[in-house]
Design a protein around this ligand. Structure first.
Ligand SMILES: *Cc1c(COP(=O)(O)O)cnc(C)c1O
Length: 370
């Protein structure tokens, strides 16, 4: 370890903060806490709101619901605007809801940039603008969306955004990153919800001295420094593009295998793909088999989607080769569980998409034969 009150740590956290600002696309300080993403969501709430405030929770899945529950746990008055799981949040519906708020004057609206439980990416730029035009704070959970999908903190003028180390940052769990915009910091001056560890103003004051308010997770910060170097070397936009490309290949493979995507294709996530199993096989049997036989871990459905879907993650330190392994293992798993499958058809579809769709699957095969 190094001293977290010394010069070496000061340059480490300064370098990390600059990297995070490049990723968030913001000139605001980005605060790093030792916590999971949920801690960062709590920080966004307790630093901007006060007892008696009303919040509109926009939710398209488990994490959207969680943001609303955090607000409710702090005694805020929370109304919900929920959309069917597998569908994105509809900007018109949000605009209508805010226009017809019945005098409830929401102080904040919670949004999910990328809803991991349903593999949906919301149109956060549009939703945040509607919230701003109404005059409430837009608090954005970008935990799994940051780096996997375009995010522009300053340009979209959001008031708070949260990211987490264990998603597209390709780090272990343990850090979350929180940024406030100008209105967010203004709100932090007045916010009267209880907080101590999560006090962003204390963290900002410490950051200006190259420190954190309380002991940081120094080891994780070494990892963050290394990850940011790799990410900035690849380029932030290029990292997002890699996620988009991998997601496109996985979706193409899944459809070529005759499986159905759970999520609306127009808003399908770059970070994770949610898939309905074939009628003859249970989603959790696919997960159990592919894990025990091939050492490939797929996630299951959460909450009311438990047992209904399986999810392939493609965020973080992953490339085409990893997805080819996962898709090949999926094909063998389906075959071994007795589902109709043409071996190689999913991998081939992904390969063809990654080759830029220049070659039809037949030509790719022919090319390999030559
Ligand atoms: C992972 C995740 C979180 C945070 O979860 P933690 O387990 O607390 O890190 C929040 N929102 C979304 C969309 C996520 O994917």
């Amino acid at each position: 370890m190094i001293s977290h009150r010394g010069a070496e740590f000061a340059s480490l956290i300064e370098r990390c903060t600059r990297g995070l600002q490049a990723i968030f696309k913001t000139s605001q300080p980005v605060i790093t806490f030792a916590a999971s993403g949920t801690g960062g969501m709590e920080a966004a709430v307790v630093n901007t709101l006060s007892p008696g405030d009303r919040v509109l929770s926009v939710s398209v899945g488990v994490f959207g619901d969680r943001f609303g529950r955090i607000c409710r746990n702090f005694g805020l008055e929370v109304d919900e605007l929920r959309f069917e799981w597998g569908e994105p949040a509809d900007p018109d519906a949000l605009a209508d809801r805010l226009a017809g708020d019945g005098g409830r004057r929401y102080a904040a609206v919670t949004l999910t940039h990328n809803e991991t439980s349903t593999a949906i990416t919301n149109d956060t730029a549009t939703l945040a603008k509607i919230v701003r035009d109404y005059g409430a704070l837009a608090l954005v959970d970008a935990v799994s969306g940051m780096l996997a999908t375009e995010f522009r903190f300053d340009e979209w003028d959001v008031d708070a955004a949260v990211a987490g180390s264990q998603k597209a940052f390709m780090l272990p769990p343990g850090l979350c990153f929180v940024a406030l915009g100008p209105r967010g910091w203004e709100a932090a001056e007045k916010s009267a919800l209880p907080k101590f560890y999560w006090d962003l103003r204390a963290m900002k004051a410490s950051l200006e001295k190259g420190q954190t308010a309380y002991t940081p997770a120094v080891g994780m910060m070494f990892g963050l420094d290394a990850a940011l170097e790799l990410i900035l070397e690849e380029g932030v936009d290029q990292t997002v593009e890699r996620h988009r490309r991998l997601a496109e290949g996985v979706r193409g493979a899944v459809e070529a295998l005759g499986l159905k995507l759970f999520s609306a294709r127009s808003h399908a996530s770059n970070a994770v793909t949610a898939i309905l199993p074939p009628p003859s096989v249970a989603a959790d049997d696919i997960r159990k088999h592919i894990s025990s036989r091939y050492g490939v871990v797929f996630s299951g459905g959460q909450a009311k989607l438990r047992g209904q879907i399986f999810r392939i993650a493609h965020m973080g330190a992953v490339a085409e080769k990893d997805m080819m392994a996962a898709l090949g293992a999926l094909e063998m798993t389906l075959a071994e569980l007795g589902a109709p499958v043409e071996l190689g058809s999913g991998v081939r579809a992904a390969q063809s998409l990654w080759l830029g769709g220049r070659l039809s699957p037949e030509l790719v095969v022919a090319g390999v034969r030559q």
